[in-house]
Design a protein around this ligand. Structure first.
Ligand code: SAM
Length: 286
């Protein structure tokens, strides 16, 4: 796939956008690959896509070529702004760019979704920022949240943790949180060589769609608390790892009908949700 703009290598040369480590910059220069990522959410013509960290604009162009209604991007590195302005001009205003730190912005105020417009998030971020934002987006108080999907690049190892099922070594807090709040899958594996410069490890794109809560009475804080306690000592049986809770661990496990000899890594998301609800009930009664 291509558009009327110069190839990304030329853009990088023209604007001297050498990747900087402190911005976590590893660029995708292949528009076929970025278009493939942009197509992961399906039809995006009815959507405003929020892109964090567009850099020289590889994924941005992929999103616009794939028919995104409009794209709103937040980029911290002001060196990228002239290249992004060229994209905005070529796509006749369908792209708006803000020079800001994505960790500080009020997303809905920036996006100002129009009546009937879906919000989707797509991003190839530095991994530390990506995990922080993912947790922020998954822990939105109001559920269903303000976005219809997340399409995000992660280190493959992190992506595998997000989609891991019970019984696997990588199943943990991030897996429970993501799978509690929606459907998540690895949409695409991306080798290190696809990036300029190549990072040390392979990457993967995850796609997440929020779903209605399994049990709307469960409080996010209760779920996070029991899951954190259980996985803090993941090799211990629940009856031991939950001992520090402010309620009787054995009574709690009995009420939730969970075998106290299970380890956190063998407890399903549905069981954690029940555990959190029972924990909330017991706490309120105490
Ligand atoms: N999306 C581009 C691509 O795929 O080629 C660039 C990806 S690069 C891994 C990450 C981008 O995020 C860089 O352009 C970097 O400057 C930007 N960035 C890093 N931290 C950020 C933050 N906190 N807020 C906004 N942008 C950030």
């Amino acid at each position: 796939m291509t558009d009327s703009l110069p190839p990304l290598r030329e853009v990088i040369r023209a604007y001297d956008l050498r990747a900087k480590k402190n911005f976590g910059q590893n660029f995708l220069l292949d528009l076929n690959l970025t278009s493939k990522i942009a197509r992961v959410p399906g039809d995006i013509s009815d959507s405003v896509v929020y892109e964090v960290g567009p850099g020289p604009g590889g994924l941005t162009r992929g999103l616009l070529m794939s028919g995104a209604g409009r794209v709103v991007a937040v980029e911290m590195d002001s060196r990228c702004l002239p290249a992004l302005a060229d994209i905005s001009a070529a796509y006749e205003g369908r792209l708006t760019v803000h020079n800001a730190d994505a960790l500080d912005v009020d997303e809905l105020a920036l996006l100002a979704p129009k009546e009937g417009e879906k919000v989707r998030i797509a991003s190839n971020l530095p991994y530390n920022v990506g995990t922080m934002l993912l947790i922020k987006w998954l822990t939105a108080e109001q559920w269903l949240p303000w976005y219809a999907s997340l399409t995000l690049m992660f280190q493959r190892e992190v992506a595998e943790r997000i989609v891991a099922k019970p019984g696997s070594k990588t199943y943990g807090r991030l897996s429970v949180l993501a799978q509690w709040r929606g459907k998540v899958r690895i949409a695409l594996n991306v080798p290190a060589a696809a990036f300029t410069p190549p990072p040390k490890v392979a990457s993967a794109v995850i796609h997440f769609e929020p779903t209605e809560p399994i049990d709307p009475t469960v409080k996010l804080a209760d779920l996070e608390f029991v899951v954190e306690r259980a996985f803090n000592q993941r090799r211990k049986m629940l009856r031991a790892s939950l001992k520090g809770l402010p309620v009787d661990a054995l009574a709690l496990l009995e009420m939730a009908e969970i075998d106290p000899t299970l380890r956190a890594e063998d407890v399903s998301v549905a069981d954690f949700v029940r555990l959190a609800r029972c924990y909330g009930d017991m706490k309120n009664r105490a």
